[in-house]
Write a protein that binds this ligand. Structure first.
Ligand code: ATP
Ligand code: MG
Length: 296
């Protein structure tokens, strides 16, 4: 297939834990995904882009080779790929805040464990041999890695290995298999990657446009618009408490001398504690509202 050079190609996981979340992100960014006759690709209706649905393990390869200009993939898959590649031909543009999990070493509940040295001479089953090898090297531990492509948590029961190193989010799968986590090797979430291959003008402009929109979604997710009333004396303390706010708008309240309305965009999470602190500093009538779209 010769890639169409007038549009962007975005590699997404076809089916799995990241597929719906990746599509949701693109939808939130305003891309309307066309229903397609085949399940391997889909066009974006209102932007010159095409989605390619592939196995997540193939996404780093596609983006590195420039077959797809963009991809969404877990840091775990990307790191395993990077450790096996001779040069890095992609860049990580953004952490996407979904697909969170950790790569953990786990042991049968019945097995004694006393820190990484307990791994010495043991067998560790994993789908992430390169990451595990690096971890062992960092710890100065000599152990044998057994590569498995799936069902890693069965390895101890099948007596293939005493230890496993697998992705964990809630830990329920480990527990169901009589395993407990003993070490965290890597924390992971989904990231947006872009090829470092040179793009022609058309695609380079499109690429900047896509990035602006995705950035907009990521910033608005966290951002809130805060409105509150304050007295002149409390203004300084109150504005210093607003998390991640640039220059707030401060306007006098009509008919209430010495009283002001403060409006600000907060680009960090606003917690109840912050509101209590604001109230303590003299703020009243505090409103926190979500922001739907934002372009900085
Ligand atoms: P594919 O068929 O595309 O190769 P897969 O079976 O390798 O799919 P999934 O299980 O769908 O992959 O997981 C995709 C990604 O989701 C993982 O690589 C990881 O980044 C993330 N993830 C988040 N939570 C978990 C979890 N609890 N277990 C496994 N992966 C998780
Ligand atoms: Mg996979």
């Amino acid at each position: 297939m010769l890639a169409d050079r007038t549009r962007l190609h975005i590699a997404l996981q076809k089916s799995g834990r990241l597929s719906d979340l990746s599509r949701d992100l693109l939808r939130d960014a305003g891309f309307r995904i066309q229903r397609s006759k085949n399940s391997l690709t889909a066009r974006v209706e209102n932007f010159p882009a095409e989605l390619m649905f592939v196995r997540d393990d193939d996404i780093p390869t596609f983006v590195s080779d420039g077959v797809c200009e963009f991809g969404i993939v877990g840091q775990n898959v990307l790191e395993e790929f990077a450790l096996g590649a001779d040069e890095q031909r992609y860049e990580v543009l953004a952490e996407l805040g979904f697909g969170g999990c950790s790569l953990k070493i786990a042991a049968p509940e019945t097995l004694a464990y006393d820190g990484p040295k307990s791994l010495t001479g043991e067998r560790i089953a994993t789908s992430y041999p390169r990451i595990v090898r690096r971890y062992l090297a960092e710890q100065g531990i000599d152990a044998k890695i057994v590569k498995m492509n799936g069902a890693v948590e069965l390895a101890p029961r099948l007596q293939i290995a005493n230890f496993v190193c697998d992705l964990v989010s809630t830990g329920a799968t480990l527990e169901a298999n009589g395993l407990r986590p003993v070490e965290t090797v890597l924390d992971s979430q989904a990231v947006l990657i872009r090829t470092t291959k040179m793009l022609d003008d058309t695609r380079s402009k499109l690429s900047a446009g896509l990035l602006t929109r995705v950035d907009g979604v990521l910033t608005t997710k966290e951002s809130k618009y805060i409105m509150l009333n304050a007295t002149g004396q409390s203004l300084q303390q109150i504005t210093s408490l607003l998390p991640g706010a640039g220059a707030p708008t401060i306007v006098p309240l009509h008919g209430r001398p010495g009283q002001f309305a403060v409006h600000a965009v907060c680009q960090e999470s606003v917690f109840w504690e912050t509101l209590e602190q604001l109230k303590g500093a003299g703020a009243s009538a505090i409103l926190v509202v979500p922001i739907e779209k934002m372009m900085m």
